[in-house]
Design a protein around this ligand. Structure first.
Ligand code: CA
Length: 399
């Protein structure tokens, strides 16, 4: 009896809490929608359209959960590559190159971005249109705009999305939990700024029209400064010890200068002579013991699309693999990913010794890499800023 009473009490408290929470959210959400409506009217959306669309907006709690989720292990160059550049994806990329040859060549002619790069972005963003995402974009953006963490950013994306829906008369758009949609997973503001009509039907539809999607992606890359005369970069090998000053701080040198410092193409071949004046910088995604790349200006263009260096490397390597029918990386493969807990340990030691002042968040960002470089310099270690199990052992005095 006593237990039963307790259980009922528990249930009552539970229901009261849930009801109060739901009502609070509900009241806030209604007020928020009203405010959004006023803002949308000020930005030129019509009453008729808003009366139809605003009542349809609902919150998706799992979107916020996905947005907050942290990976258990850090993605390394190799784990990322295994996931993103599979033999099937290379093969399908070649098929897409053939299947959409005419559209891709027309886009290449107009925007001066080679077809193989467009196909590589397409493969990574939506597996060539087969995984465009199944979350209702209107509700994903509504949820993230209503959530207080990045309200300004997502309110702008939501209002832009509403303008697109009204203008292009698109409906039922689904995409990622973060509000990106279509073959190339554009955010609404990217669509608005760079979307173009590739098939000439007077509408821009990056979800259902492949020519619209391809022309829009090429237009974006062209506006970001794509240089058609150079590649993205290439794998290299270091044949002499290198000064860390030359490697860090995005130091740019011409290929001729890198060559003098002992940097050679990884395949053992010579440098193409017409490339001597091209500016490049060194990238070591897995530290001094991992693969080494020289990246050219187009690498920065790829990073304007997505700020991750691993993503940018994957675009470059996938585009080469599609062209050459397979992917070749000369560096020896090693893979020993750090857990988020181990990254936190590294950050804690760096913080304790005065090298690091940011959050102990388990994410290796620029701050952690720079702090690690300073630590390595003071401890006479190679300054690659790469958080590894080896460096953690050294920091803890195990080795
Ligand atoms: Ca169109």
């Amino acid at each position: 009896m006593k237990l039963k009473t307790l259980f009922i009490c528990f249930l009552m408290v539970f229901f009261i809490n849930v009801t109060v929470w739901a009502e609070q959210t509900d009241t806030d959400f209604v007020a928020w929608k009203k405010q959004l409506r006023t803002q949308a009217l000020n930005e030129g959306l019509t009453e008729e359209f808003l009366d139809e669309v605003i009542p349809r907006m609902t919150l998706l709690p799992h979107v916020v959960e996905s947005d907050k989720k942290q990976p258990e292990f850090q993605l390394t160059f190799w784990t990322y590559l295994d996931k993103t550049i599979t033999p099937l994806r290379i093969q399908k990329g070649q098929e897409m190159l053939r299947l959409h040859h005419k559209t891709l060549k027309a886009a290449e002619k107009k925007y001066k971005v080679p077809a193989k790069y467009i196909v590589a972005f397409w493969g990574l963003e939506s597996n060539y249109g087969s995984h465009k995402g199944s979350i209702d974009t209107l509700n994903a953006l509504t949820t993230l705009a209503y959530d207080t963490r990045r309200r300004t950013f997502f309110t702008k994306e939501l209002l832009t999305f509403l303008k697109i829906l009204q203008k292009e008369k698109l409906s039922d758009i689904t995409g990622s939990w973060a509000g990106a949609f279509g073959n190339f997973q554009f955010m609404p503001t990217t669509f608005q700024a760079y979307g173009v009509d590739g098939d000439g039907d007077g509408k821009i539809d990056i979800v259902n029209s492949v020519p619209d999607a391809i022309f829009s992606a090429a237009n974006y890359l062209s506006k970001m400064g794509w240089n058609p005369n150079v590649k993205w970069g290439r794998e290299v090998k270091l044949t002499k010890p290198m000064s860390w000053e030359d490697v860090h701080n995005d130091k740019q040198k011409t290929l001729a200068d890198w060559e003098k410092l002992g940097v050679k193409p990884a395949n053992g071949g010579p440098w193409p002579t017409k490339m001597a004046g091209v500016n490049a910088e060194i990238l070591m995604p897995m530290g001094v013991d991992g693969p080494v790349f020289l990246t050219y200006s187009n690498f920065k263009v790829i990073m304007r699309w997505n700020r991750s260096t691993l993503y940018a490397l994957a675009v470059g390597l996938l585009s080469d693999a599609i062209e050459q029918e397979n992917m070749t990386i000369y560096a020896k493969r090693q893979n020993n990913p750090l857990s988020t807990i181990e990254v936190k340990e590294i950050q804690e030691i760096l913080a304790k010794e005065g090298y690091y002042t940011s959050d102990i968040d388990g994410n290796v960002g620029r701050g952690t890499r720079e702090a690690l470089c300073k630590y390595q310099k003071d401890h006479q270690l190679p300054q690659d800023g790469y958080a590894s199990k080896e460096i953690l052992k050294k920091m803890k005095g195990i080795e």
